[in-house]
Design a protein around this ligand. Structure first.
Ligand SMILES: O=C(O)CCC(=O)C(=O)O
Ligand SMILES: [Fe+2]
Length: 342
């Protein structure tokens, strides 16, 4: 079969290779696109690492820690934290539950609408997508309202509920620090982001025979205030900084925090929502889990600094615009669509 060869799939694997090759055939007559790795230089760097124990220490250390968080959010849009208060055994349990879930047969994940409320997603669903916009991954992306309201007492739901409540507290803590730093009422984001307006996303990136050609997750920014990410030891997350892709080295026990579009707009570009992507490898699958701090759909995002870089918009409007752009162009445009034209 030569080039047409497709690796044998485990019963839980989505048909990523077949789908990708079909897309490629239609688009390029079968030739390979430019290498993911070669497009732009990749360099490995340590993300700023912040020890949150300092927040529980004396006044001086506490203030220093807050400054580190603000500085990293301004300069990197990304940082990692240690001593974050989420027990290691809860992270291990979440990972075990996540693995159990992804090991269910592909057909069941796809068709069982009771399995985490039909929140399963794989590859790239937008119909007009091009091969270079294809994501080599699968995910369960679910609103926390579902976890809290389901009343479902399966082990995954109860572990997720515990994790969600811990990680929400942590997210609020960062939001307060960053809000206070730009001179706003620290409780502002708490009033807009309710426990059930946020999202949890469990990602799995199967090993990939074509890691030079395809990304696990396409370059994107997150459409939220901030994201808290837990990744395993495999590595693959990269962020775009100073014109280069920077590979984020996994740090045992750390959580990664990144600023989303809403914080960038609301802070009038003080904090940076940075583009990131995931690369895949031939040898190993990878798991990660992201918590997205999102407001209610009616929340208005408007910078208090005038003139503001972005026009006033509601979160509902932002989401709709993103969905529309993905449908039309195969990818998200994001904040550039909301620039204030003066
Ligand atoms: O898996 C990762 O490391 C990143 C995931 C991510 O960026 C997302 O889910 O938005
Ligand atoms: Fe992301």
């Amino acid at each position: 079969m030569g080039d047409q060869q497709v690796s044998p799939l485990a019963p839980y694997d989505p048909p990523l290779e077949e789908t990708y090759k079909n897309l490629l055939k239609n688009e390029l007559g079968g030739s390979s696109p430019m290498s993911v790795q070669e497009q732009i230089i990749v360099e490995a760097r340590e993300l700023p690492l912040i020890d949150l124990n300092k927040l529980r220490s004396g006044e001086k250390e506490r203030e220093e820690c807050k400054r580190e968080i603000a500085k990293a959010s301004e300069e990197w849009g990304f940082f990692q934290v240690l001593n974050h208060g989420i027990p290691r055994n809860l992270l291990v349990e979440m990972r075990e539950e996540q693995e159990k879930l992804f090991r269910k047969p592909f057909i069941e994940k796809l068709n069982d609408k009771n399995l985490l409320d039909g929140s399963y997603w794989w590859g790239t669903s937008s119909a007009n997508c091009l091969a270079h916009q294809f994501s080599w991954s699968e995910a369960f992306h679910l609103p926390l309202s579902h976890i809290y309201d389901s009343g479902c007492l399966t082990s995954i739901s109860s572990t997720m509920e515990q994790y969600a409540s811990k990680v929400s507290e942590l997210a609020q803590q960062f939001a307060e620090i960053l809000t206070e730093n730009i001179g706003q009422d620290p409780s502002y984001i708490k009033q807009m982001c309710l426990p059930n307006t946020c999202y949890l996303r469990m990602n799995r990136y199967p090993s990939c025979p074509l890691p030079q050609e395809v990304t696990g997750l396409m370059p994107h920014t997150d459409s939220d205030f901030l994201t808290i990410l837990h990744q395993d030891e495999i590595g693959g997350l990269q962020l775009f900084k100073d014109g280069k892709w920077v590979a984020v080295k996994p740090y045992d026990g750390a959580l990664i925090i990144n600023i989303g579009d809403l914080f960038q707009a609301w802070s009038n570009d003080v904090y940076k929502s940075v583009e990131h992507r995931v690369v895949v490898n031939k040898w190993s699958e990878r798991f990660s889990m992201a918590y997205f701090l999102c407001p209610t759909h009616d929340t208005i995002i408007e910078s208090f600094v005038k003139p503001s870089v972005y026009r006033r918009f509601s979160f509902r409007e932002y989401r709709q615009q993103v969905q529309e752009d993905v449908k039309k162009f195969g990818c998200k445009i994001g904040l550039p669509k909301f620039l204030n034209i003066i």
